[in-house]
Design a protein around this ligand. Structure first.
Ligand SMILES: *[C@@H]1O[C@H](CO)[C@@H](O)[C@H](O)[C@H]1NC(C)=O
Ligand SMILES: *[C@@H]1O[C@H](CO)[C@@H](O)[C@H](O)[C@H]1NC(C)=O
Ligand SMILES: *[C@@H]1O[C@H](CO)[C@@H](O)[C@H](O)[C@H]1NC(C)=O
Ligand SMILES: *[C@@H]1O[C@H](CO)[C@@H](O)[C@H](O)[C@H]1NC(C)=O
Ligand SMILES: *[C@@H]1O[C@H](CO)[C@@H](O)[C@H](O)[C@H]1NC(C)=O
Ligand SMILES: *[C@@H]1O[C@H](CO)[C@@H](O)[C@H](O)[C@H]1NC(C)=O
Length: 334
């Protein structure tokens, strides 16, 4: 009887370790794409610096030289947007690094990694704006504000615009915010955006949010293994010929619409020019592995041809998404 008992213990411990130790390495479009994997500041020099004041941070992110920037576990109160150069990694220390006052611009650059930062209560603009930039990995951050001021008190948490491409957004905790993450900031930007905006969203936790979880125009987004809790109005919205591949996501609590390809931009997603909302062309959606929609509705008006992600990834089983995502997201986990 000893042998089976030992075997059972071994099997149990293997199972436990496979649940607790999530793989936090880079997956998706920021890793496998036609122009090269995102390495941030780690290649080729691996040189690094630690900053603990806004002035040091602003100086460290300048220019294209490869650099890993560790941010001390303090609050950086910025008075203007932080303009990050190419080939940079920004990595918070422990679980207390906060960016507030003004957010982060990743504009007209390439190869940037942002990990383990608390990005909080950014008024007047997005928490992070990725604009005309390629190869970006946004991982293990926490984005928060408050939802009580309606859709226009704050802007986006992480917006990706102007032909940006080859991006992964993973293991972030987005909470208490209205408009979370928009790809393509106008339906009139077709010529610029079409064929770009390839973004992977995986293992993010969205809680008490309004709309745009995410919303996309003209691009391709692979949205897998995310956890949505009280995503009040509309979570995934694919419009203006955008394509999404949606699989293995879990919706909990009060969500009215988990996924829509209907081109109506609902009034709760403001700004609208009409009280009934604005209309643009519908998007496309394909479903991969089973999702758990909870009580939320879905409205897929047309299926597209984005049926398969062009890279390797492993799916967390649907029954484990809630525990794995809650345990893995946000600060102090890497
Ligand atoms: C940071 O750079 C120093 C040399 O300046 C090096 O000794 C150290 O290993 C580097 N640390 C990391 C985590 O890359
Ligand atoms: C986009 O970024 C590139 C640098 O990567 C720059 O040369 C170009 O002028 C930028 N375009 C716009 C419209 O800002
Ligand atoms: C930094 O970025 C630029 C522009 O993306 C690139 O051409 C250059 O090779 C990079 N330099 C290093 C040292 O990685
Ligand atoms: C769900 O959230 C919406 C928007 O806040 C609210 O109007 C509705 O009453 C909520 N429903 C439940 C069952 O809590
Ligand atoms: C779903 O989309 C159709 C358009 O195909 C639209 O007529 C309908 O009102 C939508 N339903 C909801 C609940 O938005
Ligand atoms: C995929 O579908 C889009 C939208 O209908 C279309 O523009 C595109 O040409 C299609 N791509 C392929 C490879 O069939």
């Amino acid at each position: 009887m000893k042998f089976p008992t030992a075997l059972l213990a071994l099997a149990t411990s293997l199972l436990a370790s496979s649940i607790s130790a999530s793989d936090f390495s880079l997956v998706g479009f920021a890793k496998e794409n036609p122009i090269g994997a995102t390495t941030g500041g780690s290649s080729p020099s691996n040189s690094n610096t630690t900053v603990s004041t806004p002035a040091q941070l602003i100086a460290a992110v300048e220019g294209d030289t490869s650099l890993i920037i560790y941010l001390a576990p303090v609050t950086f109160t910025l008075t203007a947007r932080l303009k990050v150069g190419s080939n940079k990694s920004l990595i918070g220390t422990g679980s207390k690094t906060t960016i507030t006052g003004a957010g982060i611009n990743i504009k007209s650059v390439s190869n940037v990694i942002v990990r383990n930062l608390g990005i909080r209560f950014i008024l007047g603009n997005d928490g992070i704006t990725i604009q005309n930039s390629t190869r970006v990995w946004i991982d293990h951050n926490e984005f928060e504000s408050d939802i009580t001021g309606g859709p226009d008190k704050y802007d986006g948490q992480c917006d990706i615009v102007r032909a940006s491409d080859w991006i992964t957004v993973s293991w972030n905790y987005f909470h208490d915010h209205w408009k979370s993450s928009l790809m393509g900031n106008s339906d009139s930007n077709r010529d610029e955006d079409q064929g770009h905006l390839h973004v992977t969203y995986h293992h993010n936790y969205w809680r008490n949010e309004g709309t745009r979880g995410p919303a996309g125009r003209f691009g391709h987004q692979h949205i897998f293994n995310n956890l949505y809790e009280d995503y009040l109005y509309q979570a995934i919205h694919s419009r203006s010929d955008n394509q999404v591949l949606v699989e293995g996501n879990v919706f909990l609590g009060n969500t009215s619409e988990a996924l829509s390809t209907y081109g109506l931009v609902i009034p709760m997603d403001s700004p609208n020019t009409s009280p009934d909302g604005d209309y643009e062309l519908d998007g496309f959606a394909n479903l991969g592995a089973k999702n758990d929609w909870g009580t939320a509705g879905i409205n897929i008006t047309q299926k597209g041809n984005f049926t398969e992600a062009p890279y390797a990834y492993s799916l967390t089983s649907l029954s484990q998404v809630q525990s794995v995502v809650k345990a893995g997201v946000g600060l102090g986990k890497i």
